[in-house]
Ligand binder design. Structure first.
Ligand SMILES: Nc1ncnc2c1ncn2[C@@H]1O[C@H](COP(=O)(O)OP(=O)(O)OP(=O)(O)O)[C@@H](O)[C@H]1O
Length: 258
């Protein structure tokens, strides 16, 4: 189990402050959605959590600063699914998913039976066993997205940060991926997902962080965060939020009038 804590985190890219003054704690057993408009800083914040971009303030996992943590150690604690990753090597799906085991392997060592079992579990859960012999660079966008999700699952880390895991997926596979992340959290993992589909985020996440212009503008349950006023202010949209059920559903009507 891992606990991730961000204290007054900022990220400067070029001359721009892309993330500013972020304080947040993420506990094991929770699924948190990071939502907000394009360019708000969601991916940059996710990358900062994994020390993939230099940040000010302090980011720690179980008390250890991520900036000082050996890469392999960090990769074993938190699996990462980057946004819209391009594949360069014509690996089979099975080999590509197997790369998720790299953080567990000693240099020059071979994949063990336990690694093989983890790869099989990940392929089964992400519904990609039928693709195992296909060349990953020849897959459709949605197939590739599922394979990359399987690679992140194959790490079997106590934490998972997924940046737009639903992009390119059909509605059925979107539900599958959200249910997988929910199941990971229910089994004790710390799961954070950058999401654009607000109703999906509301349905499956315990908590939403709404980011705008690099700052957290709302942090709470989906019912607390997804209000028409906040959606108008942050996204510039008119939306109806039905909040009578277990989770709020968001229907958008159009751009907010100035
Ligand atoms: N290397 C860079 N140098 C300068 N600015 C950058 C750099 N990388 C990203 N940015 C800017 O930082 C801001 C935040 O980018 P980020 O990718 O974190 O946004 P996001 O919320 O994930 O957006 P999206 O929903 O479009 O994926 C954007 O305005 C982007 O143009």
């Amino acid at each position: 189990m891992v606990m991730l804590i961000l204290e007054h985190v900022g990220v400067q890219l070029g001359r721009r402050s892309v993330v500013q003054g972020v304080d947040a704690a993420f506990a094991p057993g929770t699924l948190t959605g990071i939502v907000g408009p394009n360019g708000a800083g969601k991916s940059t914040l996710a990358r900062a959590m994994l020390a993939l971009v230099p940040a000010t303030g302090r980011i720690s996992i179980d008390g250890d600063a991520v900036a000082a943590m050996p890469r392999g150690d960090l990769a074993r604690r938190i699996a990462y699914l980057p946004q819209g990753q391009t594949l360069h090597w014509p690996l089979t799906v099975e080999r590509l998913v197997g790369l998720g085991r790299l953080p567990h392997l000693a240099p020059m060592s071979k994949i063990s039976d336990a690694d093989g079992a983890a790869i099989e579990r990940a392929m089964l859960r992400a519904d990609v066993q039928g693709l195992r012999t296909r060349i990953a660079t020849e897959l459709s966008g949605g197939e590739r997205a599922r394979v990359l999700f399987a690679r992140a699952l194959a790490v079997e880390a106590p934490g998972l940060i997924a940046d737009e895991p639903l992009a390119s997926l059909d509605p059925g596979h979107q539900i599958d991926v959200m249910e997988l992340m929910r199941a990971e959290a229910d089994a004790g993992a710390l799961v954070i997902a950058v999401l654009h589909d607000l109703t999906m985020a509301a349905r499956y996440c315990d908590r939403l962080l709404l980011i705008d212009d690099g700052r957290i503008v709302a942090d709470g349950t989906p019912h607390e965060v997804l209000t028409p006023d906040l959606l108008r202010t942050v996204y510039g949209i008119e939306a109806r939020v039905e909040s009578g059920g277990d989770w709020p559903t968001v229907t958008t009507f159009g751009r907010a009038r100035p």
